[in-house]
Design a protein around this ligand. Structure first.
Ligand SMILES: Cc1cc2nc3c(=O)[nH]c(=O)nc-3n(C[C@H](O)[C@H](O)[C@H](O)COP(=O)(O)OP(=O)(O)OC[C@H]3O[C@@H](n4cnc5c(N)ncnc54)[C@H](O)[C@@H]3O)c2cc1C
Length: 549
């Protein structure tokens, strides 16, 4: 079957579920062997795609907006910016959460919005929110739709408010304050390219960078791959402009204040439940890629690597920007899929006691002023050596950086093979890290043929994140229920052993059931009270996001 041709048909479920530029990825040779070995697949399984989603999208739920409501929206935004066809509504009914992708493959679109509306300006957003508030029409703000938590579903119907079509400009690069002010719907590459032309960088590079927006970064409270040096997105926000049903909130760009609470922080992680971000001012950083120094190390055990990482973060000699450890199972896959198995280097490492199944890779990159970057890397090398790590050059890091966004494209071909593949992530203190890591492996190992890889990629003085990628054959015919149960058990395991619900993906609807138990009733009541004040008619992303009613 020629999938390339079918991809030209834009009206299929597959077209919606594919990641990114819709190219059809193939499972590489080494990866295919690994998958066959781990999941007991044969060449036959590679011939046909499982639940490919090639059917034409049709929705059962009709759009419920009344003609006069559509007329008002058309008057505000222009009729060409109001879409009510099945395909558009399906496209805006979800993000990239595994459960949503599975729904699409099963030809199921449970929560479509009634219309997709693309406002052309902040003022149009104000008019739309005012009208929807009076009419009690739900609004789901949509950026790049890369959410992996079910945050974009529209269980109450209403409108998906697309911020990317028009609200995507850079408004000001302020070289004196070293900030950039943008409209919230700008995508990562457009922002970074323009900043680079001025000698700056945004410093925020999530794996979804190519297809996510500043508004989404802030709303889901994300973290980029260089967050250890540059911080999470909430550390970069200086000011923002938000339209809420209670009115516009615009914060100012002071470096720090003592004027009560920082109001802008309410919107970092609000996931569209309080209002629509239309503008944001962010810190920017010098763009000096030639200064970047990097190093890869190998350790004999995960525990040793973690101890070295902790020492680096607590030594106060400066921090790397990129700091990662792949645990033994992720390291093993990295070696195998890069064709390293059986090479001379592989044999030498094994002889030196870096045993497969125990050894771990650590990647470091330091950015900034040249002498600073060199100094910090030198210190890190010393710490790693003292922690029994071995320096293995900078090539592996440079290779990783060159293809830093590409593994995101692997999920679709894995699902084509009938393999459940999803990710979870958590924040942990150093004290709890090993316990959460071990408990997660124990949990996944109890499922036959399931496989878990874990890495650390965002690191702090008092702890780090753990990022879990799990793979397992789907239970055919019961794919969705099986996933929900397995996913729930893993979240329970993480939380019971001392991890947070999320470090950077956000909560959405997928993780909402854990919110009250995890934060406590008083905290949820406080969040609910803020929501009630800003959104008294509960029109902003209603239906359970963040565990809010
Ligand atoms: C392959 C892949 C890799 C990923 N890697 C990372 C990663 O490395 N780091 C990371 O942090 N995340 C990652 N994510 C998750 C996701 O990309 C982030 O949450 C991202 O910040 C979402 O941005 P977006 O523009 O796609 O927002 P969307 O998915 O469109 O929206 C996310 C949430 O924000 C709300 N929202 C969006 N725009 C606005 C706005 N202007 N005003 C108010 N609310 C708004 C939405 O209503 C929704 O609740 C990854 C996702 C995928 C699919």
């Amino acid at each position: 079957m020629n999938y390339f041709n079918t991809m030209e048909r834009e009206n299929t479920y597959r077209h919606i579920l594919k990641w990114g530029d819709k190219r059809e990825e193939e499972v590489g040779y080494h990866m295919a062997d690994l998958i066959k070995a781990k999941f007991g697949l044969t060449d036959n399984d590679f011939r046909e795609k499982y639940l490919p989603g090639l059917e034409t999208v049709t929705l059962e739920k009709p759009s419920l907006l009344k003609p006069r409501q559509l007329e008002f929206l058309s008057d505000v935004c222009g009729s060409e910016n109001i879409l009510t066809d099945d395909l558009s509504r399906a496209r805006y009914s979800c993000g990239k959460f595994y459960g949503e992708l599975l729904d699409l493959r099963l030809k199921h679109v449970p929560d479509p919005p009634d219309a997709v509306v693309s406002p052309r300006s902040h003022d149009e957003v104000v008019k739309i929110i005012g009208f929807c508030n009076e009419e009690k029409i739900a609004i789901i703000p949509a950026g790049g739709q890369s959410s992996v938590t079910g945050a974009l579903r529209a269980p109450h119907g209403g409108i998906a408010l697309d911020l990317t079509k028009y609200l995507n400009r850079i408004l000001k690069i302020n070289s004196v304050n070293k900030t950039v002010t943008v409209e919230a719907g700008i995508f990562g590459p457009a922002l970074e390219e323009e900043l680079n032309r001025h000698g700056y960088s945004c410093g925020h590079f999530p794996q979804s960078f190519e297809y996510s927006t500043v508004g989404g970064w802030i709303s889901a409270r994300g973290a980029g791959q260089a967050s250890t040096g540059y911080g999470k997105i909430e550390d970069m926000v200086v000011a923002l402009k938000a339209v809420t049903p209670a009115g516009v909130i615009e914060t100012r760009d002071f470096p720090r204040t003592a004027q009560g609470w920082d109001i802008f922080r309410l919107f970092a992680g609000a996931e569209g439940t309080l209002g629509v971000l239309t503008e944001a001012t962010l810190h920017i950083f010098n763009h000096a890629p030639l200064n970047t120094t990097s190093a890869a190390f190998i350790f004999r055990s995960f525990g040793q690597a973690v101890e070295a990482m902790r020492t680096v973060m607590q030594s106060e000699y400066g921090k790397p920007h990129l700091f990662r450890i792949s645990d033994p199972s992720e390291t093993d896959v990295a070696f195998t899929t890069s064709g390293f198995d059986g090479t001379l280097a592989d044999k030498v490492l094994q002889m030196l006691g870096f045993r497969r199944g125990n050894c771990c890779l650590m990647f470091v990159a330091v950015e900034g002023e040249k002498a600073y970057a060199r100094f910090v890397l030198k210190k890190i090398k010393k710490t790693a050596r003292a922690g029994k790590g071995m320096f293995i050059g900078s090539g592996p890091v440079r290779k990783w950086l060159a293809q830093r966004y590409s593994s995101a494209y692997m999920r679709d071909p894995l699902m084509d093979l009938g393999i459940m593949t999803d990710t979870l992530e958590t924040a942990v203190t150093w004290e709890n890290l090993m316990q959460v890591w071990q408990a997660a492996h124990d949990y996944v190992n109890r499922r036959p043929k399931a496989f878990l890889m874990i890495h650390i990629s965002h690191v702090y003085e008092n702890g780090a994140n753990l990022y879990f990628t799990f793979l397992s054959p789907m239970e055919r015919g019961n794919e969705q229920q099986d996933f929900i149960q397995f996913h729930r058990g893993l979240v329970d395991t993480i939380v019971e052993n001392g991890g947070s619900i999320s470090h950077h993906h956000g909560v959405g609807r997928a993780l909402a059931p854990w919110m009250e138990g995890h934060l406590g009733k008083n905290s949820i009541d406080l969040m609910q009270a803020v929501k009630r004040h800003l959104d008294p008619n509960n029109i902003m992303n209603p239906g359970g996001t963040l565990g809010l009613k």
